[in-house]
Write a protein that binds this ligand. Sequence first.
Ligand SMILES: [Zn+2]
Length: 387
Amino acid sequence: MQNLTALDILAKLVSFPTVSTASNLALVDWVEDYLAAHGVRAHRVFNDDGTKAALYASVGPQVEGGVVLSGHTDVVPVEGQPWDSDPFDLVEKDGRLYGRGTCDMKGFDAIALAAVPKALKAPLKRPLQIALSYDEELGCLGAPRMIAEMAKTLPKASVALIGEPSNWKVVNGHKGGIGIATQLRGHEVHSSILHKGVNAVMEAAKLVDWANRANAAGRAAEPGPIDALFDPPWTTAHVGTIQGGTADNITARDCRFVMGLRCIPSESVEDWRARYLDEVARVEAEMRAIHSDARIDTDVRFDVPGLVPEPEGEAEALARRLTGDNATHVVSYATEAGQFQQAGYSSVIVGPGNIAQAHQPNEWLAASELEAGEAFTDKLIDHLTAD
Ligand SMILES: [Zn+2]
């Protein structure tokens, strides 16, 4: 435990099959033991049923102004993917480290953990904090509770660096996202007298078409300067699957789908949620005017705020100093960065690996990215020792 390299730690972390459907507690136990071996006390934040936990720890003086290194412990499933090796056994080949989660994002977790013994030896003036969440891949479900707990028990860090794969580029913006499960209950009659029934499939089509109209309006609008960095530069509304109906000649009693919204930073996820729910209420009123049993139920599956680029942001300035990257990057996928930012941390994404390798069969991380991570955390530790 005492002298593990980032590579040793990564091999260990990959060996825990922490797909989002499974418990991550074996991994959390191991990380807790690792930190304890260095005399660092970790704190767990459990999910509702106690099957998963986030873990955070702080190294250095208990003062404000520290830096959080944030990662997630869960990985996406491997089912149906053609892997050439065991996804939960780290394989090094031709300078690449293969394994589920090497890129997204146990590589960064390993880099952060490997920095702990070095940070302990350095005369830190401000703390290095490590925050490892669960259920990120299910829509950043685990981080908010962990962030709230950190706020209660630790002096407030000023910067959060979220190590999602960015090839060590500094990403200062991402879209927010929300998924709203939508369940329509219609009224079944023979389709020859459809005017007496409520066809849940055809009513759902009105809501799907709301997405079409929202996309068309977004596409036609002139994007603001920050939004213009995104591809596409507008808020998108999407329905990927839909289920409903039982027969071609029955007005469908049930229909369900998930409305997915990815919101540009200048528009709030909450506004879009409200806008969609207004449309749901309008369609529901039309349904109920025909039959009083008809209704629409909605359930928010995930709700992740966007990461808004911060003018003169402290996280951005620090990450640029640590990486030398001075270009501007944004991404269209959601991360925990927006959640840290919403909680008052200056936040950017900066981490090893290429997002193109994430979630893929034969997921890999270049070994050189781990080495770059060591240089990154060495500089960060220097930064934390400065006045
Ligand atoms: Zn990730």
